[in-house]
Each structure stands twice: as structure tokens, then as C-alpha cells.
Design a binder for this molecule. Structure first.
Ligand SMILES: N[C@@H](CCC(=O)N[C@@H](CS)C(=O)NCC(=O)O)C(=O)O
Length: 302
């Protein structure tokens, strides 16, 4: 049985980002389907309150945010690399465009197209989640503008593939491809966005190439089994390195919160702090101790 437990739901765009990376790296993983809105009673004991999708679990270690998940996957499955030719800066840096601005446009297209058919409680959940930024009437009214914005950005991609290269950086796929792909996968569910993709032959062929990586080997796991895995893994002695000079020490009680949406604070004891990672030990009656890993960029530690 694979150690990798992935908590997601099938329509999750950030879930698709990781699933396609599982395919690229040929990873075997346990698949736990979680609710797409709150409440998430079998997720909260693992994340201490962090509510975004997806999360990855390895024993009692919980990886929040695709940034942390990708870093862990790259370290465990270095071949094939997501960073060919030393493209780390480009891959990570670009993800702040694809995951925020571009994803905002993808979401505006999906909500503007399908908003009327979405259940009211889902809209309410996402309005709370986004701090009030989901307004279906507005997204419907601005749909032509959102599509125009997307078309322009898709054209950058079309242009970037015009010399016949299979992937954006050349012969090998990289994080740059997976960052852009899940947005096309998500926005492309709207017929008007799909119609734009169909006018862009290089982009269409590139999408098929990424889709052909598949999702690795997925085995279903129940959420209660995932909780049991965390409970049975003793991480009471786990300690990482806490960088000096920031006024934080190992063992301090700290709070971690995303700086954009889903702003639920998670509290625990600091166990690791570095340029790219915050890790805390969190304890609750259901699973005991868990070590929750967050990225540094995009998160506030206090
Ligand atoms: N920065 C996060 C963004 C994740 C994200 O926005 N996920 C969306 C769904 S794909 C979400 O959490 N929606 C609310 C929910 O699932 O409860 C990451 O990279 O993992």
C-alpha cells in the first residue's frame, strides 16, 4: 500500500494539478474523497482547521497547499523532475500567477457560466471562503470580459508552443506545464472557454499531451481509514529545524493562516521553520499528534 494519501474531490482544480503530477511521476496513491464544502469532519482533525483542497497525508504528516505537496513529491520522487534545466524560479514564481490571478479568471468563467445551477449552500460556502468575492450576478455580467482576458492569456501559451516544442520549456514537462494545465482543465469545462481552446491548435495538442500522463495509480481509501493511519503514526518525538533570527523558537505556540482565501487560523507548537516551510505539531482527541506542514510564501505565521 502506498504511503501517499491524497484528500481531494474530483472536480477540484488544485486537486487536478496534483493528480496530473502523480501521473507525470507515476506515483501510486490512496485517494480519499472529501466534501467540496464545509463541514469536513474527517479533514479538520488532520489539518487543525485548514480547509482548502487538496491536502496530502503521509502517516501523521499533513501537507497543506499544493506548494508544500509538490515540494514533498519532488523530494520523494525526483525523477522525472518538475524543474528541468534549473527552472525552479520559473515554476514556483509562475505558480503565483496561475494559482491566483489566472485561477481567479478561470473561477470567474466557471461561476459566470454555471453559477445559476450551483446549489445555494455551495455559493454561500464559497462566498465565505473567498471573503465575499463570489457574486454570481456580477460574474455572469462580466463573463464576456473574463473570457476575453482568458483568450489573451491562452494566446501567450499558443505562441509559446509555436516552434513545435512539446512542453513550454522544451522537450520535458515541468511545473510550468502543470501550473497552466489545471486552469485550462477547469476553465475548459465552460463551453465558451472550450471553444477558445479549440481555436488554438498548439494549446489543444499540448493539453492532450499533459492529459496522457494520467493520474498515476489511484486506490480508494475511506476517510476513517486515513484518520486511523494518522492516529497510528507516533510523531511525538518529531522535530525539525527552526531558523534563528525571526524571534520564533521550537516549542512556541504559533498560529498559521493563509493570506488570501480560506483564512482559518491553525494553532500548534512550532517544530520547523525555514525559508520554504512552517511545520507545527497539532494535537486533538481524534488522531493525537499530527505534524502539519505549510509553505512560507502565501502564509502568515504569528
Ligand atoms: N493555494 C492553495 C489553493 C487551493 C484552493 O484554492 N483550493 C480550492 C478548491 S480546488 C478550495 O480549497 N476550495 C474550498 C474548499 O475546497 O473547501 C493550494 O495551492 O493548494
Amino acid at each position: 500500500m502506498s504511503d501517499i494519501i491524497f484528500h481531494h474531490y474530483k472536480p477540484s482544480p488544485f486537486g487536478e494539478k496534483i493528480r496530473s503530477i502523480f501521473g507525470f511521476k507515476d506515483v501510486s496513491w490512496q485517494s480519499v474523497h472529501i466534501p467540496r464544502m464545509m463541514p469536513k469532519p474527517d479533514v479538520m482533525p488532520l489539518t487543525g482547521g485548514y480547509r482548502k483542497t487538496p491536502i496530502m497525508q503521509i502517516g501523521a504528516h499533513i501537507y497543506c497547499d499544493t506548494q508544500t505537496i509538490i515540494r514533498e513529491l519532488e523530494s520523494r520522487f525526483p525523477t522525472p523532475t518538475l524543474f528541468p534545466g534549473g527552472s525552479e524560479f520559473l515554476g514556483w514564481g509562475m505558480s503565483f500567477w496561475t494559482d491566483k490571478l489566472l485561477f481567479g479568471t478561470s473561477a470567474a468563467i466557471v461561476f459566470g457560466t454555471f453559477g445559476d445551477k450551483m446549489p445555494e449552500e455551495f455559493i454561500k460556502d464559497r462566498a465565505e471562503y473567498s471573503g465575499g468575492n463570489i457574486n454570481i450576478e456580477k460574474m455572469k455580467a462580466t463573463l464576456p470580459h473574463s473570457l476575453r482576458q482568458m483568450a489573451s492569456m491562452m494566446d501567450w501559451a499558443e505562441d509559446g508552443l509555436k516552434d513545435g516544442r512539446p512542453f513550454f520549456l522544451g522537450d520535458n514537462a515541468s511545473l510550468v506545464d502543470f501550473n497552466f494545465y489545471y486552469n485550462m482543465w477547469f476553465a475548459g469545462q465552460a463551453p465558451a472557454a472550450k471553444a477558445i481552446i479549440e481555436t488554438l491548435p498548439n494549446l489543444g495538442k499540448w493539453m492532450a499531451r499533459i492529459a496522457a500522463f494520467g493520474h498515476g495509480t489511484e486506490t480508494e481509501m475511506s476517510s476513517t481509514d486515513a484518520l486511523a493511519v494518522a492516529k497510528n503514526d507516533d510523531v511525538s518525538a518529531y522535530s525539525g529545524t527552526v531558523a534563528e533570527g525571526e524571534g520564533h523558537s521550537a516549542g512556541n505556540t504559533v498560529t498559521v493562516i493563509p493570506n488570501d482565501s480560506g483564512r482559518v487560523p491553525v494553532t500548534g507548537e512550532l517544530v520547523a521553520l525555514g525559508k520554504q516551510e512552517i511545520a507545527i505539531r497539532h494535537n486533538n482527541d481524534i488522531v493525537g499528534d499530527v505534524i502539519i506542514h505549510f509553505p512560507r510564501a502565501g502564509f502568515i505565521l504569528s
